[in-house]
Design a protein around this ligand. Structure first.
Ligand code: HEM
Ligand SMILES: N[C@@H](CC(=O)c1ccccc1NC=O)C(=O)O
Length: 279
């Protein structure tokens, strides 16, 4: 028995988009699908470009969610913040899985177009830096590669000067009655954060009696989740880099793997990790 091919029009599907907004119109596919311009004839450069572009799109969403989560915590609205932080963790998972695709590119294949990249590098990813700043890893020196683009530089510096996700978590500890040192609350939030005894003491009370501090306990675990995924991203990156370029210097000018290994030591929410030893 033969069946006729399915005709979506007969099922009511709209097919005339001459004066209606179509899928491609709504998503502006004309822009994103014409934004892949390889600088070489190497087959794998397309993979490299799309891998980075999709990562940047996910980072854009992560920034959107992290910013909103930070604002929600600042307004004592923890439940929506949890929802957004859970989504950020899923986005990080997405970014982590993406390494599996890039890992299919061997050193022999990457070498065919690496020179075409010039001095460009992930070090100049302003969205990545925004995520670091939003989470609380503040470092004014990291603004330097963005000096040539004032609007981006100022946008990033604006994020650096605002309280981070972790600053807001500490402030809510204070508002909910934990004795957080005044110096911590009044600190210059544009500068790097350092672990504080009063913050660790607050998390310790929460972890020792979750039933009495359920919301803050959940907040703590959402933050640890986020940092856990972030660490995995850093680790996947450095491992892929070693696999593809060994110990060559980076196109961005750093020592490469040595620089990225140093970044593995960054701790975003130090007291949340420190406290575990004492539980
Ligand atoms: C074959 C693939 C890759 C290689 C060989 C590579 C290599 C490097 C190297 C050597 C650095 C150090 C900076 C420099 O001197 O250039 C770096 C930094 C960076 N890369 Fe990649 N990378 C790769 C893929 C990716 C991908 C897929 C992303 C995702 C967006 C990415 C994002 C970054 C970021 C954000 C930094 C700055 C990290 C920081 O400052 O902590 N890289 N990369
Ligand atoms: N830093 C890399 C180049 C690189 O990976 C890259 C170059 C341009 C745009 C994004 C990149 N990805 C991450 O650093 C290298 O040294 O080979």
């Amino acid at each position: 028995m033969s069946t006729k091919p399915f005709d979506p029009k007969k099922d009511g599907a709209e097919t005339d988009f001459t004066s209606r907004m179509s899928y491609g119109d709504y998503l502006q596919l004309d822009k994103i699908l014409t934004a892949q311009a390889p600088h070489s004839v190497a087959h794998d450069e397309m993979l490299f470009i799309i891998q980075h572009q999709t990562s940047e799109l996910w980072m854009k969403l992560a920034i959107h969610e992290l910013s909103a989560a930070t604002r929600a915590i600042a307004s004592d609205d923890l439940q929506p913040a949890f929802k957004m932080l859970a989504r950020v963790a899923r986005i990080m998972e997405q970014l982590n899985s993406a390494w599996d695709v890039l890992r299919t590119m061997t050193p022999s294949e990457y070498t065919l177009f690496r020179e075409s990249l010039g001095q460009s590098s992930g070090l100049q990813s302003f969205q990545y830096r925004a995520i670091e700043f939003l989470a609380g890893n503040k470092n004014a020196a990291m603004l330097a590669p963005h000096g040539h683009k004032r609007d981006i530089h100022d946008w990033l510096d604006g994020i650096r000067r605002k309280p981070s996700l972790y600053d807001e978590a500490i402030r809510i500890l204070d508002r909910r009655g934990f004795a957080i040192d005044r110096a911590v609350l009044d600190r210059d939030v544009a500068e790097p954060y350092q672990a504080q005894a009063s913050v660790k003491a607050a998390w310790a009370v929460i972890y020792r009696d979750p039933a009495h501090h359920w919301e803050l306990y959940e907040l703590a675990e959402k933050l640890v989740d986020f940092e856990d995924y972030f660490r995995r991203w850093r680790f996947n990156h450095v491992t892929t880099v070693e696999r593809v370029i060994g110990f060559k210097r980076g196109t961005g000018g750093t020592s490469g793997v040595a620089y990225l290994r140093r970044m593995l030591e960054v701790v975003l929410f130090p007291e949340l990790w420190d406290v575990r030893t004492e539980l």
